[in-house]
Structure formats: C-alpha cells, structure tokens
Design a binder for this molecule. Structure first.
Ligand SMILES: Cc1cc2nc3c(=O)[nH]c(=O)nc-3n(C[C@H](O)[C@H](O)[C@H](O)COP(=O)(O)O)c2cc1C
Length: 191
C-alpha cells in the first residue's frame, strides 16, 4: 500500500481528480485529499458531487481516504517527516500553480507540494488553462526546474476516444504511468 496526496483546485476538470482518487483507492492505497475553496465550488458546478457526497462515494473503495481541511497546517502532509509516495495536483489552476512555483505555502495544498519538492518526492502538476500567458509558462518552467513533472490535461486522440470517460481515463492513465503504477485505463501505443 502506498500513500499519495491529491490536490484539487478551482481549475476546470474536477472529474479528473475524482477518477484518479477512485483508481488509487481501488488498489488499496491511502489517499490524502486536499481541495481548495475554489476547488470545492468547481467540483459542485461541474459534477454531481459536493465534498460530502464525494466522501461517501469514496467509502466503497478498499483504500483509506482522508479529506483534509485546506487550512489545517498541522495535518500530516504538511511535514516532510510524513513520508508519501508522491503528490498530484489535478486539476491545477494557474493560481495554485503560481503559488507552488513561488514557494507560497499558505495553505495545506501549497505546503504539501512544497514539502514534496524539498524532500525530492514526486510532484505531478496537471495544469488546465488555455491559452497560457507568459507568467503561466514561466511558472511551469520554475516548477519543472525544481523537480516537478508538468503533465498538462491535454487528451490525445490517437487511442480513438469514443466517450468523455475515455478522454478522462487517458489523462488519469498518464498520471498513473508517471507515478509508476500499472494501469490499463487507455490502450498504450505499440501494445
Ligand atoms: C467554472 C470555473 C472554471 C474555472 N476554470 C479554470 C481553469 O481551467 N484554469 C484556471 O487556472 N482557473 C480556472 N478558474 C478560475 C479559478 O477557479 C480561480 O483562479 C481560483 O482563484 C483558483 O483558486 P485555487 O487555485 O485556490 O483553487 C475557473 C473558475 C470557475 C468558476
């Protein structure tokens, strides 16, 4: 069993985060979930979930889910001594991306990401915005230089998606590949 941190922000695409959490829990992992205030609002706007409904939905899976208080800087993931197998911010807004890129650790999401970078643990940022301005691009370069992986929410079409689910699974499968987790969420090229 591994421990992961999943951050969800107010960027469009909350359903990506939900799907990744489901997959990690199905495998029996421990998942620490941190949702920003805007992330909660976009989750409610774009999906049928509130945070409370999401929590009860996740109870059916065998893994342990912990939905954290965004302002709780006493939580385990705020400290480097709490060892995790990595963090994914999915979807990542340009606001949170800018905070992480500039070492702003004012809430639990930013602090947990900062901890992953300082401890040289996996940090996968899945930005969602278009078009991108120069500030967004520079922040992505800073994060990449600091050791984060930038994995944009850019679904491909070479696996011939037929449904929105196929497109969601493509991005979530790419994230899981980057975490080193075997998955068959989409047909890999050359398989
Ligand atoms: C419906 C909706 C969709 C949004 N989509 C995006 C987006 O795709 N990318 C982005 O950077 N911001 C997006 N925003 C704006 C962010 O929610 C806003 O910048 C917020 O301050 C982000 O805060 P957070 O990073 O703390 O979650 C969206 C806002 C709304 C209401």
């Amino acid at each position: 069993m591994s421990k992961y941190i999943i951050g969800m922000t107010g960027a469009s695409g909350s359903i990506y985060g939900v799907r990744l959490i489901e997959e990690l829990l199905k495998m029996g992992n421990e998942v620490h979930i941190i949702i920003t205030d805007s992330g909660r609002k976009v989750l409610e706007y774009e999906t049928d979930y509130t945070v409370e409904l999401l929590k009860s939905h996740l109870e059916q899976f065998k893994g342990d889910n912990k939905i954290q208080d965004i302002d709780d800087l006493f939580a385990a993931t705020a400290s480097g001594s709490f060892r995790t197998d990595g963090m994914v911010v999915l979807p990542c807004s340009m606001a949170t991306l800018g905070e992480i890129a500039n070492g702003v650790s004012k809430n639990l999401l930013g602090r947990s990401a900062d901890v992953c970078l300082k401890e040289r643990r996996k940090l996968i940022i899945v930005p969602r915005e278009t078009p991108l301005n120069t500030i967004h691009l520079k922040n992505m370069v800073s994060l990449s230089e600091a050791g984060a992986l930038i994995l944009p929410a850019m679904p491909g079409f070479y696996h011939k998606p037929e449904t929105i689910d196929d497109m969601i699974n493509f991005i979530v499968g790419k994230v899981m590949d980057s975490l080193g987790i075997e998955n068959d969420l989409f047909d890999k090229w050359g398989k």
